[in-house]
Ligand binder design. Sequence first.
Ligand code: HEC
Length: 214
Amino acid sequence: MKKIKAISIISAVIGVGTLVGCGGKESPGRVYMPDMAYSRAYETYALQDSTVITTDVTKRGGSAIYYNAKPVRGTIKRGELFPYDVPNTPEGYIQSAGVQNPIADMSVIEMPEAKRLYQINCAVCHGDKADGQGPLATSGKVGGIANLTLPMYTGMADGTMFHSLTYGRGLMGSYASQLDRRQRWMVINYLRTLQPAPTTAPAAAATADTTKKG
Ligand code: HEC
């Protein structure tokens, strides 16, 4: 009985103490986690209204948030090759011979993929051996298909080939939408493995204007 009395007195003391401890009206009492007692309220970006989104760069500012899901001008995706900005003009064609192949040292591991891309996109005309004897050529459906094993093409600069694949050439359409920049260079690297060694110096032959062949 004594024990129960003692327990109830002790708990009454603790209870009252606790209530009194919490009862401070003005002061928060002992503050041991100030960040919780006094929250740091950040100002919102009050000027901008998240319901007003504009894709028009000239209308940015004020309450409108400018967002168009496009990469920022002048930026390039990580791992992406530089954009090809040689123009699609006769001068651009000649200039393209000076464009370096950025993946000239492509690893052999990528060669099977380059071959696959060539067979899907190119072999139908140029043939598995690049000799211009693909099914579309032998059936006579498309004329003038280049035999890419000729000296004129073995000596052609990678840059010129890339230019023609990007913009198209004669009866050959552009491959810019089917093959991304890296894939176009990969296909060129594979094409080189099908060609015999060049008989002329690449730089000299590359500037030859192939449009003059008739
Ligand atoms: C529809 C048939 C066709 C397909 C498919 C095709 N080509 Fe061509 N290609 C041609 C023809 C036709 C020419 C000749 C263009 C000319 O000189 O008038 C040509 C020319 C070329 C040239 C020489 C370009 C130049 O500047 O003279 C290269 C290099 C070439 N092709 C590579 C490729 C590669 C690589 C692919 C696959 C990505 C491909 N071609 C797919 C028909 C094709």
